[in-house]
Design a protein. Sequence first.
Length: 382
Amino acid sequence: MTPLTPTSGVIGGRPRRRQARPGTIGLVPDRVVLHVGTPKSGTTYLQSRLVANVAALAEHDVHVPVAPPAQGRDTYAFRAALDLTGVRMGRGPGYSAGWWDRLVTDAAAGSGTWLVSHESFSRCEPEHAARAVEELGRGGAEVSVVVTARDLGRTLVSGWVEGVKHGSTLRLAEYLERARDGDLPILAQLDLARLAEVWTGVLPPDRVHVVTAASDGGERDLLWTRFLAACGVDPAWAPEDARRANDALGLPETQVLLALNRELGQAARRGSRFHDLLRGTVVGRGLAGRDSERVRLDPAHVAWVTRVSRDWVGAVVAAGVVVTGDLDDLRPAPVDAGSWVDPDVPHPDVAVAAAAALKAVVKEAYRRGEDPRDPARRSTQG
């Protein structure tokens, strides 16, 4: 792959006006890089690190579009992806309406490289991909696509935990059975064979890049440098680390949250009344980041996961796309049945995890003014 050398010419994050290409009007970007996921492949970390380096990258004419702070700076690409694909994800139409056209307009008025990242673009069907390439490439900009991926075994487990964080009450065994039977919607977003077919249908293979995450989890910096290499960006241009990553839950913490979801029912789901409290306080301040045993793939499912992974890797090779990393990273590691811990069996540390969650809730209640020592509060309670 020939590294991209973006045109320098940004002062304070604002592009310096330059001549348009013949036959175009105004500014046009040299290149638009669309990072389309897959989900659970380190995308939250990558996006957070991109946002942390918005100003630094702009000094090298590399632009990461961000929304106004009140709308969540890292939601720009997410809203644009929902708008392009027509998916709502529990949000009203006002959340994403017009954001794809906004992205096309903003990129067309820019220069250098535009780097747009969100795993929701992995939902693109051929018609969405065709529209994206046609509209982002108007005026002569070169459009390329980057797909990040990690092994399916770890991805499925991570996807199950993520679902629990959004109110799911599904057991891991049921989740994996649905995946095996092809009855899990996220599989379409993870399917590297499908993604290769969709994007090579509208782009030459040398403009479709697959970046692999290290098979053992590896250092996040390795994923970051591989990702930037595929994007044609020098890591020295983005010195800041990510300010956040996805909230990691261990096995006992996931069991606590799963039990809580079952007690709360629909009120725990994304967009429902308790979801923000659960995600921000119970998970974010109580359960996440603890040094606990991790959920692992059930050994009974390793064979079919390995078979599917082999087929996907074969499709990537056959498509002739550019691979950064090692395709062997996408082959699930064997799981020792003797050491595997069933998430349906209460973990010895589940009470400790529950106490951590309760502590976070108590502290949040106090912060919000729910102090039981307050005489005014006691008087209102009779």
